[in-house]
Design a protein around this ligand. Structure first.
Ligand code: MSP
Length: 498
C-alpha cells in the first residue's frame, strides 16, 4: 500500500462557498476515492484561511470578535462539504493552536538562521490583495486600492532561492501541471524576484499570528496559510506521520494562486530544508458569462441551492463532467439541465428502471441465472471491458471528464444490447435466453456504477446496495450473484422538466 496526500487551498473563511470552491473540493474528493479504490492510503486535507484584514474588518462590521466571526463562518464551508459528500480526512483552520505554533516555530528558526531580516521598505501596497506589489504589477492593472507605504517590516530572503527554484521546475516535469502553467511560472521567474515581506505592523492589522520575535507585528496571511500543508500532518510534532505523508502528492487549486504555491511555498520549504511537494496542479476557472465567478463581482452560483434542488450527485457529476481539467468552463443552468437529462436521466436512470422492471416482472425480483453465451453476449462483455479499461486509464491520468464519458458509454452499450436482444420478447419462448440477457445487463450496470462511484457516491451506493454489491467489489464479469433477491428502486434520476 502506498500513501497519497492531496490538498485543496484553504478558502477564505469570509467568502460564501460557491461553485468554484466546490469544484476544487469535489475534484480532490473524487481523486481521493479513485486512489482509495486503487488501495492507496489516502490523506485528503481541506480547510479555511482565517486571518487577515478582510476578516478583521468583517468582524468589526458585525460587532463581534474576529474569533467569534470565524467560528461562525467556518460552518458554512463545513456544512457545504457535508452536503456534497466530501469525505476529507482533516479540516484545518489557520486559527488552530497547533497550526499557529508550527508557524511560530518556523518563523523563529528562519529568523535565527538569518533567512528573515528587518528592514525599512517603501513600496506600492495593494490593500485589496493585502500585499506589496511591483511597479510592473501595478501597470498590469489587476490590483485595486494601491497606496504608497513606507514602513519597517520583516522580509524572507526569497530572492536567494531564485536559481534553485528555476532548476527544480526545469528538472521536474510534473512539479507544475499542466505544462502551460509551468511555462507561465518560468516566465515569471525571468523577472527579478524580490524578497517577501512576511509581516504586518499591528498598527495596521492585529488579526494574525504574532511574530514570535516582535510583538508589534503579525504574520503575512500567505506565509501563515501555506504552512498548513505541513502543520496538518504533524510537522515538528508527529514525526512519524509527517515523514509518512510528506511530500504532498497533489496540491490542487485554480490558476489564480499559482505564484504563491509555485514560488513562495517552495522557497519557504527550501529555507526550512524540507522536501518540495511532488505536483502542484492548477485547474481552470468556472466562468459566468465569460467572467471568473467571484464574490467581489457578485456573479456566484451557490452550490447548496443546486444540491438541494437536484441532489449533490447531480452537481458533482456536472462539475466533473463539464470541465476539461486545466481549461476554463462556463457555468449555465441550461448546460446543467442538459447534461443531467442526457447522461443521468436518460442513459443511466432509464437503464436502471428498465433492468429493474424486467427483473421484477419476469423473475420475481431475483437476478436470473445465466445460460450459454452467444456472439452478441461476448461482444457486450468485450466492449464493456474496453470502456472500463479506458475509464480506469483516464482516471489515472486525471482525465476525469473522459473517464466519466467512458463509464457512461457502458450504459449506452447496455441499452443497445437490450434493444438487440429484446428480452421482453424472448421471455415468452426462452426464459434462459432472456435471463442471460438480463443477467449480463445487470452485471454490466454494476461495473459502470462502480466506475462512477467516486463521482456520484450517493446514488451509486443506492444501486449497489440493492444488488448486494459495493464500490469495493471487483469490476470483472461474473461477480453478480445469481438468484439474489434484489430491492427494486424506482426513478433514481428523475428528469428535469424545463
Ligand atoms: N486563501 C487563499 C488560499 C490559501 S492556500 C494556502 C485563497 N482562497 S480563495 O477562497 O480565494 O480560494 C481560491 C481557490 O478557490 C482557487 O484556487 C480554486 O481552488 C477555488 N476557486 C475559486 N473561484 C473559482 C472559480 N471561479 N473557478 C474555479 N475554481 C475557483 O486563494
Amino acid at each position: 500500500m502506498s500513501k497519497f496526500y492531496i490538498t485543496t487551498p484553504l478558502y477564505y473563511v469570509n467568502d460564501e462557498p460557491h461553485i468554484g470552491h466546490a469544484y476544487t473540493t469535489i475534484l480532490a474528493d473524487v481523486i481521493s476515492r479513485i486512489k482509495k479504490k486503487q488501495n492507496n492510503d489516502v490523506f485528503f486535507l481541506t480547510g479555511t484561511d482565517e486571518h487577515g484584514q478582510k476578516v478583521q474588518e468583517a468582524a468589526e462590521k458585525r460587532n463581534v470578535s474576529p474569533k467569534e466571526h470565524v467560528d461562525e463562518y467556518v460552518t458554512r464551508f463545513k456544512n457545504t462539504w457535508k452536503k456534497l459528500n466530501i469525505d476529507y480526512d482533516y479540516f484545518i483552520r489557520t486559527t488552530d493552536e497547533n497550526h499557529k505554533n508550527r508557524v511560530k516555530e518556523i518563523l523563529n528558526n528562519l529568523y535565527k538562521t538569518g533567512e528573515i531580516y528587518f528592514d525599512e521598505y517603501e513600496g506600492l501596497y495593494s490593500v485589496s490583495e493585502e500585499r506589496f506589489i511591483t511597479e510592473k504589477e501595478m501597470e498590469e492593472g489587476s490590483f485595486r486600492e494601491i497606496k504608497k507605504i513606507k514602513e519597517k517590516n520583516y522580509f524572507f530572503k526569497m530572492s536567494k532561492y531564485k536559481s534553485k527554484i528555476i532548476k527544480h521546475i526545469e528538472s521536474n516535469e510534473n512539479f507544475i501541471l499542466p505544462k502551460s502553467r509551468r511555462n507561465e511560472i518560468l516566465g515569471f521567474l525571468k523577472n527579478d524576484l524580490n524578497d517577501l515581506c512576511i509581516s504586518r505592523p499591528k498598527s495596521r492589522l492585529s488579526w494574525g499570528i504574532e511574530l514570535p520575535f516582535n510583538k508589534d507585528y503579525v504574520t503575512y496571511v500567505w506565509f501563515d496559510a501555506l504552512i498548513n500543508y505541513i502543520s496538518a500532518i504533524g510537522y515538528n510534532r508527529d514525526h512519524k506521520k509527517f515523514n509518512y505523508y510528506w511530500p504532498a502528492d497533489y496540491h490542487l487549486m485554480a490558476k489564480d494562486i499559482l505564484t504563491t504555491h509555485c514560488v513562495y511555498w517552495p522557497t519557504m520549504l527550501m529555507a526550512c530544508n524540507i522536501t518540495l511537494p511532488k505536483t502542484i496542479f492548477a485547474h481552470g476557472w468556472w466562468l459566468m458569462n465569460d467572467t471568473k465567478m467571484s464574490k467581489s463581482i457578485g456573479n456566484v452560483i451557490k452550490p447548496l441551492e443546486l444540491a438541494d434542488k437536484y441532489g449533490s450527485d447531480a452537481l458533482r457529476y456536472y462539475l466533473m463532467r463539464n470541465m476539461v481539467l486545466g481549461q476554463d468552463s462556463s457555468f449555465t443552468i441550461s448546460s446543467f439541465n442538459e447534461r443531467y437529462n442526457s447522461d443521468l436521466a436518460n442513459d443511466y436512470g432509464n437503464l436502471v428502471n428498465r433492468i429493474f422492471i424486467l427483473i421484477s416482472k419476469n423473475f420475481n425480483n431475483m437476478i436470473p441465472t445465466k445460460g450459454e453465451l452467444d456472439l452478441i453476449d461476448n461482444q457486450l462483455i468485450n466492449n464493456v471491458e474496453k470502456s472500463r479499461d479506458l475509464a480506469l486509464s483516464n482516471y489515472n491520468k486525471l482525465k476525469i471528464h473522459d473517464g466519466i464519458e467512458n463509464s457512461i458509454s457502458i450504459f449506452r452499450l447496455i441499452n443497445k444490447f437490450l434493444e438487440d436482444k429484446a428480452p421482453w420478447k424472448t421471455i415468452k419462448k426462452d426464459k434462459i435466453l432472456a435471463g442471460t440477457t438480463i443477467y449480463l445487463s445487470a452485471e454490466a450496470l454494476r461495473i459502470g456504477t462502480i466506475l462512477l462511484y467516486p463521482i456520484i457516491p450517493e446514488k451509486s451506493k443506492l444501486i449497489l446496495d440493492s444488488i448486494e454489491s459495493s464500490h469495493k467489489d471487483k469490476i470483472t464479469f461474473g461477480e453478480l450473484k445469481e438468484n439474489l433477491t434484489i430491492k427494486i428502486i424506482k426513478n433514481i434520476f428523475p428528469r428535469i422538466e424545463n
